[in-house]
Design a protein around this ligand. Structure first.
Ligand code: SF4
Length: 218
């Protein structure tokens, strides 16, 4: 039988409660000190672990403290500096183009609106929501690889398109906890609901998960 919207919302609230207990330390894994740093770190985190990004960014943030500094960066130099995060040419292009747009259109500051953020080169809905939720303290769901996978296993959303997953989650998750829920689901995806072989026997929400592929043995 198809789960009603109200039933799904009630189940989502139970899942959030259990995940809060299981991952009380859940928070963003990228290191940053201001919105520009988080924007650069998030661009670098595409197809790369947050741990690797955190190894690269201290030197980067020291050298490039403003949008103007990134806009003036030598592409070849910046490429070498971010090389270990992978896709370094595309990421360098995105960072320099994004910084130029910040200078041209926003006085060198990171804008606080979703529409202005997604209009920046290299910035999609996920990145915009990471910035809004973590640098500006707003409520935003960031659909990364963990949220994409785990929310579907939990039966809270279903689509091949991360933006549709976002909209479906926004419909069932309580808005006042969108940012925290993103961190909780990411923590669950990293530590338990792993991509290849989830640790279902150790899962804090097994009875709330309808996924038919649950693993049985620890
Ligand atoms: S029961 Fe398994 S598949 Fe479902 S959320 Fe838990 S770890 Fe993931």
């Amino acid at each position: 039988m198809r789960e009603s919207r109200d039933a799904k919302r009630a189940r989502a609230r139970k899942i959030i409660r259990a995940l809060k207990k299981a991952y009380p330390d859940a928070k963003i894994a990228l290191d940053f000190g201001n919105p520009l740093e988080l924007l650069v770190a998030t661009i670098l985190s595409a197809q790369c672990t947050d741990e690797r990004v955190n190894m690269v960014t201290p030197a980067l943030f020291k050298k490039y403290a403003t949008a103007r500094a990134y806009a003036r960066a030598e592409a070849a130099t910046l490429e070498e500096e971010v090389r270990s995060t992978g896709f370094y040419r595309a990421k360098t292009r995105s960072i320099i183009a994004m910084a130029k747009a910040l200078l041209d259109e926003h006085g060198g500051e990171v804008p606080r609106s979703r529409a202005a953020l997604v209009a920046l080169p290299g910035v999609g809905l996920k990145t915009a929501n990471v910035i809004l939720g973590n640098a500006f303290g707003e409520q935003a769901i960031a659909v990364d690889t963990h949220v994409f996978r785990v929310s579907q296993r939990l039966g809270l959303a279903r689509s091949d398109d991360p933006d549709e997953i976002h909209d479906q989650l926004a419909d069932v998750l309580p808005e006042k906890e969108w940012t925290l829920t993103t961190h909780l689901v990411q923590a669950h995806g990293r530590r338990c609901c792993l991509a290849r072989k989830p640790l279902c026997p150790a899962c804090p929400v097994p009875t709330l998960c309808p996924w038919p592929g649950k693993t049985k043995i620890r």
